[in-house]
Design a protein around this ligand. Structure first.
Ligand code: 8YV
Length: 315
């Protein structure tokens, strides 16, 4: 009986999914606890599952306080914040929500590239401030169609981005752990070499903690003064101080960002720049996709407790 199963919910998730979860299980809301250590100790004897999102994940510290946990179900595809080594060592299964969000995330990546090239945010500000009337036409921008785009991480989402870019006649290159045999796109073994070769670098890789800050001053310098950086992966990939400097000094032309190092906090320097387009981590944020993610997250959980294989999992 799943109503007898106790789940730790690390943070609030999409409301209809949370409601369904709370109908089906005994849910303990971690974020509401004043003293988290005390709270975890009080539920440790009964919690057997954890539900979390891509940002909060589940650390080894958290899981070690809940020794009966056998499954972590992530509301998101990214599992970089889940301690997979710990989970594998302890036999904890980890479910996630791939595929159902691929289209939306790829759509937003292309939207951010277009918005960066065509300066959609600052040009809209220009219009809203009445400057079209008082000063005349806005400044010209840069053509996106036909440009050279590099995708760092040609997995499911990277491939969906590439498919869309073909519609814009872009010349597509990529950097992956290994060369894919099913595409003709130009392969670069390092992100530095990829950045050197393209006008627009799109980060779509599933990051590991060791990739922290790897998009730093060297990569940005290689991207160059006509280059645009788009990130729909994880903030940790970018050395944000180096990015701020590169944008301030026009070492690159612009950036389109959906993710940040310390979400929901965004470096104030980025907020103030008109060569950056910022989104608050919303790439998968449509009703249809969040509904599908919620269903998959719930299916992973119910499959586990019914003794069946998880619908989608990484461990
Ligand atoms: C979500 C994500 O924003 O899937 C991921 O890894 O980062 C996003 O889809 C997040 O997990 C839900 O809050």
């Amino acid at each position: 009986m799943s109503e007898d199963v106790s789940i730790l919910l690390v943070n609030p998730i999409y409301a209809p999914t949370q409601q369904a979860l709370e109908t089906q299980y005994q849910v303990h809301r971690l974020w509401e606890a004043e003293d988290k250590n005390e709270f975890l100790a009080s539920v440790a004897d009964r919690v057997t599952g954890v539900v979390t999102d891509g940002g909060s994940g589940a650390s080894a510290e958290l899981l070690a306080r809940l020794p009966r946990v056998k499954v972590v179900s992530v509301f998101g595809v990214g599992v970089d914040s889940v301690d997979l080594d710990y989970c594998k060592a302890k036999g904890v299964r980890v479910g996630n929500t791939p595929d159902v969000l691929t289209d939306d995330v790829a759509d937003l990546a292309v939207a951010l590239a277009l918005a960066s090239y065509r300066r959609l945010a600052s040009t809209q500000d220009y219009l809203r401030a009445g400057r079209w009337v008082s000063e005349g036409p806005a400044a010209l921008t840069t053509k996106f169609s036909g440009s050279m785009v590099g995708i760092f991480g040609l997995g499911r989402i990277g491939m969906a981005i590439a498919k869309r870019l073909e519609g814009f006649d872009c010349q597509i290159s990529y950097c992956n752990r290994s060369k894919r045999t099913d595409v003709d796109y130009h392969y670069f073994p390092t992100v530095d070499a990829l950045a050197e070769a393209v006008d627009c670098l799109i980060l779509a890789v599933a990051p590991t903690p060791s990739m922290s800050g790897m998009i730093g001053s060297d990569v940005l310098r290689a991207l160059g003064p006509d280059g645009h950086l788009v990130n729909i992966s994880r903030g940790l990939l970018i050395d944000e101080a180096a990015l701020v400097k590169a944008l301030q000094e026009q070492q690159i032309a612009g950036a389109g960002l959906d993710v940040y190092v310390a979400e929901p906090n965004v470096p104030p320097e980025l907020m103030a720049m008109d060569n950056v387009v910022l989104q608050p981590h919303v790439a998968s944020g449509t009703v249809a996709t969040r509904t599908a993610m919620g269903q998959l997250m719930l299916d992973n959980l119910s499959n586990y407790f019914a003794g069946k294989e998880l619908a989608a999992f990484v461990a």
